[in-house]
Design a protein around this ligand. Structure first.
Ligand code: HEM
Length: 185
């Protein structure tokens, strides 16, 4: 994945426990890079090792780390200059979720090696929808839960996601039931 992702893991680790915590996670993951270049691709394995090391170092499950990472990603990317792109994707949780493929397609113009996931929304009513998540990377579904929560926080529209089906149950993709507060006026 692009170095931006690993930089966000480092940023989250520093926010949680300071520089020492990040250095302990980096050492435990066997990562020799002292910093990542945001616009350069790194093997996915580096990110998976960092998540695993963070879970061991912080005494959290990998799911808990991924939820925290998803929440952090939204504010981190905004601070790194990607905010306007996200804002252009919509003014409500449902709009942004419906436009995620278009958002990642725009990002691909700047990150040509991007291998983005794909999302599809199935509206239920004014405050809920089913979010379908297609990815060829295993084990990241908990990140989607955090991303939805983080998006809600950013937009001032509280949102939750609960996984209802997944590749673990033999499905070909993951599904989430998303509840969100009514669209802000
Ligand atoms: C402007 C904001 C965003 C940027 C810059 C961005 C960029 C990226 C990047 C660089 C990756 C790594 C993929 C790779 O390097 O091949 C990624 C992956 C991912 N993105 Fe986004 N993204 C943004 C917003 C979002 C949002 C709002 C969601 C969902 C609510 C989302 C869902 C995901 C997921 C689940 C992955 C994991 C990769 C996978 O499943 O294969 N992203 N994104």
């Amino acid at each position: 994945m692009y170095g931006l992702v690993n930089t966000a893991v480092a940023d989250l680790a520093r926010a949680v426990g300071g520089e020492d915590t990040w250095q302990a996670i980096r050492a435990r993951a066997g990562v020799t890079e002292v910093a990542f270049v945001g616009m350069t691709g790194y093997p996915d394995e580096v990110t998976y090792r960092l998540v695993q090391a963070a879970s061991e170092e912080l005494g959290l499950t990998t799911e808990q780390v991924l939820v925290a990472f998803g929440r952090h990603w939204v504010t981190f990317t905004a601070a790194e200059g990607w905010g306007p792109l996200l804002q252009a994707a919509g003014g409500s949780v449902a709009e942004v979720l419906a436009g995620l493929d278009a958002l990642h397609a725009r990002i691909s113009l700047m990150m040509p090696e991007l291998r983005p996931p794909s999302f599809r929304c199935e509206p239920i009513d004014a405050t809920s929808l089913v979010l379908h998540y297609y990815s060829d990377r295993p084990g990241l579904s908990a990140m989607v839960v955090g991303l939805v929560e983080g998006l809600g926080e950013l937009l001032g529209q509280e949102a939750t996601a609960r996984q209802t089906r997944g590749t673990d149950d033999g499905a070909d993709h993951d599904e989430f039931l998303v509840h969100h507060a009514p669209r802000p006026t």
